[in-house]
Ligand binder design. Sequence first.
Ligand code: FME
Ligand code: ZN
Ligand code: ZN
Length: 434
Amino acid sequence: LTVTQREQEDDTPIKRFQRYLRINTAHPSPDYTSAVSFLQAQAHSLGLQTKTLHFAPGKPLLLLTWPGTHPSLPSLLLNSHLDSVPAEPAKWLHPPFAAHRTSDGRIFARGAQDDKCIAVQYLEAIRNLKAHSFSPRRTIHVSLVPDEEIGGLHGAAKFVESDHFRQLNVGFALDEGQASPGDEFRVFYADRIPWNVKIRARGSPGHGSRMFDSSAAENLMQSVEAVSRFRESQFDLVKAGKALNAEVVSVNPVYVKAGIASDDGFVMNVQPSEAEAGFDLRLTPTTDPEEMRRRIAAEWAPAVRNMSYEALTSPNYSFCDVILPGILSIGFKASHHISWLQMGSVDGDTNIGIIEKGPIRDDLGRPLMTATNDSNPWWSVFKQAITSVGEKLSRPEILASTTDARFLRQKGIPVLGFSPMKNTPILLHDHNEV
Ligand SMILES: CSCC[C@H](NC=O)C(=O)O
Ligand SMILES: [Zn+2]
Ligand SMILES: [Zn+2]
């Protein structure tokens, strides 16, 4: 092979994808610098304009622009995050940052699904369109943002508040979705709303041999059981086929902390005076946050049992509800409060599986969902684009997790979550992501 042939062989969409995957942008120390220079070079090879914005030191946001022939029309924004979650190399068949490609074409890499494939697909789509001398009417922007995996506070959250963003005049955006194990593509019109819930119990300490009521650990165990019952009630709806996975409230324990016992067995005879558990809780856009907080206060952390709780929305913590029994009672306004509409339910006593009657907004009037019907012209165009190439879409879904799309929706911009991977197992955040 000549050098040029070799270079050409090396410069295929797959190779470019592999090169991006080999840049380790996993937390806690993502190499944003290398990722941005790689993508910048790609953009220059495509003749796109590039701009790097900073909303926090060391956290670049790369913005690419393909000017349209009618730049006064609202623009399109294609968003993808630069960062990934960490990987445990020992649990992988191939190293997570080597982007090893097997003979059957699978590429093992952290970030392969979530969400470096999305950025590469945006760029390769632009490359194809340019190769066919296509000129878009509307200006197309691609944003490559930092810190999505840790809440987006220094990335998309700041970006949408910036003058720079306002000037982009975005009319519609695409962001990540999730792989589809079946033959139909999946599309997402809302994200769930994350709360970090910590419950704490206090009680008398004492000798490990003594039985007495209301120890901290006993209190916490009772609460954990209550959380568990609620979790089951939600999961049962999914199992019974009454709701999709993300149409219920999820709650999962993420840590439990108590005691001074050591696993060498030395001090395994002291009952702790404090015990704490942390939960990842996700509300749906139609969950009444007030009701959720009432449940937490009454059943999960009742002050009468010497318990307290903290329920924080991540990432901006602008809603904070901290109740310490007998000492302090503070309730701030929730940034994710919705104007609550009672809209019927699947089985009478829950608020699950609701068909909305109007747009669901938070208490600041900001939308939490994108319409997937004819009232949204972008939806029709999107659907048409899928069917025109002979593909199928499954019923639009709420994303179980939480992405930067929420910041755009809060600005009133319609956003669809779309990761075009069908017949693909869902491996985001998993070992052996391919
Ligand atoms: C709470 S904001 C964190 C966002 C993160 N996003 C992807 O996994 C998530 O946990 O859903
Ligand atoms: Zn992601
Ligand atoms: Zn992720």
